[in-house]
Design a protein around this ligand. Structure first.
Ligand code: NAD
Length: 490
């Protein structure tokens, strides 16, 4: 940054466990953001010119740096989010798998491919290839500050784009660490840059000269981003929130289902986009499931199994959802109204909560779970699908797993294990409805950051030339007969 555009304003990143300042970062305004995007444009051309193999080699070196200094990165993640080091390591490990997958598969997914050209244009060689978009702006959340943004960053880089990354104001240090590690392996040009600040910095990135915005965060912010991006017709991929259901069938392995519900609901203090927030249980096993869940939930301890709420304001949302559920006839079998403390929230299991209450309809993003009895799995599917969100879902069933999974209106479903779809790098990740659209991860995630380029090359002249003013009535008649033979017989 030059002296004239030096950001004077700064903000502090705090450790949510202690409120200690763990870093101070500039608040980048529109000029600084535009300058970063300008630099990225120059870098993008050079990065694209390295080709798939050249980029893969750099991405693999980046991956190596991350793995060798994983403990250091986990310390930063832990300090800024409050999550236990083991959980920080889990997200780093999964992110590394994604970097490797994107590096290894970019050529296969995006490289030139022949397509059939059809009988009428049999003389044309038809190919498609996926070219980089140019500069991609990535706006990230704080809950998984490595795994979540890298799901866009790594795939955008592998596809040949430069990236300007705006991490959450709660986790700027993690963003800075990742970008510095990348600069070590790509020192030549600013292929991956960092801009820091609050929502306004993200908004400036959306209004800048980027070729695409990849946003991960709340649905409310996603809507603002889409509206702003519409001004320049900048395409967006929106990875927003969820209200993920878990279905338990009468023949399910109940211990496994309970374990998945407990992990899905309480890990990371429930601050997981694909966390389990609602459970629908077949009446035949409801009582047994609830008894086992209650016992297991009582063993989960905040401060040991998960950290504090990273964002203090979320405490009010969690408190409101629990209060609303209890006021409308719900019962807390574990936790309850007094579970929400100054920083930590104790696990809360709610039953008999009406389907139209906030705890069932809105994203809670805390360590709470509602459990509802259903008479059969049709009712479970109906209730699960009655949501404005549709991100992930989980099904526990011995016989009907695939059938139930297909009927759930969500982008991803895990059968008989919690959240497993997020760890499979080859699978697309994304939502339905207010959970957003577009996909990260897998081949779909690579294509999200590339533009299909169609090319036809004439190999020889056809006797029947249709696209010329020299076309004769005889040609028209021949074409008519040919099309009738090809398509007009029934
Ligand atoms: P958020 O929407 O408050 O913020 C996300 C990012 O957007 C931050 O970097 C923020 O500074 C920026 N931002 C805020 N206002 C902006 C604006 N007007 N223009 C541009 N950028 C703006 O979300 P959060 O609290 O950081 O994250 C939690 C949410 O993210 C939850 O809803 C969670 O479910 C969701 N999430 C989704 C996924 C997914 O993959 N679908 C993954 C993780 C988290």
């Amino acid at each position: 940054m030059t002296s004239t555009e030096q950001a004077v304003e700064t903000f502090d990143s705090l450790d949510p466990t202690t409120d200690e300042v763990v870093g101070t970062y500039p608040v980048h305004g529109p000029d600084a953001v535009a300058a970063a995007v300008g630099r990225a444009r120059g870098a993008a051309e050079w990065w694209a010119s390295l080709g798939f193999a050249g980029r893969a080699e750099r991405l693999r070196r980046w991956k190596g740096v991350i793995v060798r200094r994983m403990a250091e990165l986990c310390d930063v993640v832990s300090a800024e989010t409050g999550k236990p080091k083991g959980d920080a390591q889990l997200e780093v490990v999964l992110a590394v798998e994604h970097i490797e997958w994107a590096a290894r598969n970019a050529r296969k997914v995006l490289g030139p491919k022949r397509r059939p050209s059809g009988l009428l244009l049999a003389n044309q060689a038809a190919t498609v290839e996926y070219q980089p978009l140019g500069v991609v702006g990535v706006i990230g959340p704080w809950n998984y500050p490595v795994f979540t943004p890298l799901g866009s960053v790594a795939y955008a880089l592998a596809a040949g784009n430069a990236v300007v990354f705006k991490p959450s104001e709660y986790t700027p240090g993690v963003g800075a660490w990742l970008v510095r590690a990348f600069e070590e392996v790509v020192p030549e040009r600013p292929v991956l840059q960092l801009v820091t600040g609050f929502g306004a910095t993200g908004a400036a990135l959306v209004r800048s000269d980027v070729d695409k915005i990849a946003f991960t965060g709340s649905a409310a912010t996603g809507k603002k981003i889409m509206a702003a991006a519409a001004e320049r017709l900048t395409p967006v991929v929106i990875e927003a929130g969820g209200k993920d259901p878990l279905l338990v069938d009468a023949d399910a392995d109940l211990d496994a289902a309970v374990d998945a519900a407990v992990w899905g609901a309480f890990s990371n203090a429930g601050q997981t986009c694909v966390g389990v927030e609602r459970v629908y249980v077949h009446t035949a096993v409801y009582d047994e499931f609830v008894a086992k869940l209650t016992e297991r939930a009582r063993q989960v301890r905040p401060g040991e199994h998960y950290g504090p709420m990273t964002m203090r304001s979320q405490l009010d949302v969690v408190r409101r959802h629990i209060a609303d559920a209890l006021a409308r006839g719900g019962r807390a079998l574990v936790g309850g109204a007094d579970a929400v403390g100054e920083r930590y929230v104790r696990p809360t299991v709610l039953v008999d909560v009406p389907e139209d209450s906030a705890a069932v309809r809105e994203e809670t993003f805390g360590p709470t779970i509602t459990v509802t009895r259903v008479s059969d799995m049709d009712e479970a599917v109906e209730k699960a699908n009655d949501s404005t969100y549709g991100l992930g879902s989980t099904v526990f069933s011995r016989r009907r797993g695939m059938e139930l999974a297909r009927r759930l209106r969500t982008g991803m479903t895990a059968i008989n294990a919690p959240l497993s779809f997020a760890g499979v790098a080859a699978l697309p990740f994304g939502g339905v409805g207010e959970s957003g659209f577009g996909r990260i991860h897998g081949p779909e995630g690579l294509r999200e950051f590339a533009r299909p380029k169609a090319i036809t090359r004439q190999r020889y002249r056809m006797p029947l030339v249709m696209t010329t003013f020299a076309r004769t009535p005889k040609t028209d008649e021949l074409v008519r007969r040919l099309v009738t033979v090809l398509h007009g017989r029934r």
